[in-house]
Design a binder for this molecule. Sequence first.
Ligand code: G6P
Length: 613
Amino acid sequence: MCGIVGYTGDESAAPIILEGLSKLEYRGYDSAGMAVFNDKIQKIEIVKEKGRLQGLIEKTNAGNAMMGCCGIGHTRWATHGIPSQKNAHPHFSDDKMVVAVHNGIIENFHELKEYLQNKGYEFYSETDTETVTKLIDYYYKKTEHNPLESLSKALIRVRGSYALGIMFSDRPGVIYAARKDSPLIVGKNDGGKFIASDVPAILSRTRNVYYIDNMEMVELSGEEIKFYNIDGEEITKEQVTINWDAQSAEKGGYEHFMMKEIHEQPKVVKDTLQAFLKDGQIDLKDVGLNEEMMKSLKKLYIIACGSAYHVGVTAKYVIEDLTDVMVEVDLASEFRYRDPKIPEDSLVVIISQSGETADSLAALRMVKEKEINTLGIVNVVGSSIAREADYTMYTIAGPEIAVATTKAYSAQLICIYLLAIYMGRVKGSLEEKVCQDMLQEMMTLPDKIEKILTDKDRIQWFANKFASAKDMFFIGRGLDYAICLEGSLKMKEISYVHSEAYAAGELKHGTISLIEDGTLVVGLMTQTSLGEKTLSNMVEVKSRGAYLMGVTEYGNYNIENTVNFVVYVPKTDAHFTSSLAIIPLQLLGYYISVARGVDVDKPRNLAKSVTVE
Ligand code: G6P
């Protein structure tokens, strides 16, 4: 995780770096630091602070206290060593000849550290980054100050992942960067050049970016950007234009990004749907998927982490119901370490908002080695998964800033429905008329989501009543169970309330013993045939003291005879209910988080882009 930003150009670097870092805090926020080359004293000055970026902003007077037009900065999510000023980046060699910021994990840092200690290096922090910084320093001195050669020599010895921003004190105005398995982009505008972990960091300044690939290096100076492979040979790279507008990475009047992003869901659903429709038909030509391949498809694997995995669980129910294709859903962190026997006529779908999640990326690479077709459902354009998958379906969610995903999850669901309907039609399990009706129904989802959002005050009222809850349970069957998984994750990650999702039928096998007087149990009942069974399970927990909240479709009013508080969502095709029923659960998590005074957008210990395994 961690976010890095660098700038070299005509303007003062520190304020630009701070602005960029503020857009990357979702990647980590336990400490921050900056290094700027001060032309007057011809030295690199470093300032670091423990805690949120605000501390560094105050310490540097919003960057104005750091003079110079070339610098690098970092916001940290601790992996090696506790969050502290000492462990914060940038790290530096003993004489401050080499200064670096890093995102990733150097797996063999113990070994490298020992090697350097034997050469006389001393270490002041517990980080792996200090080791790689000193390794570069070692080679910089050995190669008589050749930056590219020293980087190349050092990085070839490194095992693990890195996006590095590096400055050498005898090379004013120049930033070097390198990447392996952690994201890194380079941007440029008329006045300067940038490096960053992600697009929002530089979006207000440029839309012209280059994506750095694994084992590549970059040299940015006031005049030019040069790209090299790890052997130091110059290479060319294509410039990409980012379409996201800078405003979508701002809060736009909402108190938190999460609330803004919840409200963006009708638009995101509509945009994602429209991106794959042509003349009223699903068109996946741009994705590259063709009907021939789909016809022979026997098995689908869906691999993802976190909320994207929950989309996968929904996908299993939807796709198996609409097609004759078997679907397996796996957590990427599990899948990558077992030896799955994937038959030839399979497609492996990797779902990821960031396109950089370490486990999902590793799973993708493992599958590619087996020469099985892969499809990425990804939000971030040009991210690793998007580039490495054989086919890519982009969710049109725009930048998502809140750590807890909402709109990207909703956009991923749309891709899954489209894929299911497309497969059903191509493979003959769905008649044309049925497909058309389903697409028509999908087009009504944005308005239906909007309608649920108009009722948010009622959910806020209810959330305030349960703000001090200790435990919560979310129960449902079938697709309702998939919604529970996501609703429960939203609750625990942003409100710190212990929460579990259970297939309603499983409650009796142990969990029911946890029900006490007043425990909140949220029952999802959008599936006509299964809703009644879930309701029976709710009666069972009610008689053991539980307080019941239900989520069901308009019309099921008799539920009020049993359930204490009911939220109704508009009726839709049973396959699409996740898109509607998740909205009240996102709102519930949000409002409980606010009521408990948690930092909704940046909950403790988490990061949005999990680039370490
Ligand atoms: C983190 C985020 C989640 C996300 C998961 C997978 O845990 O907080 O919101 O679902 O990573 O991320 P991805 O970018 O692969 O969708």
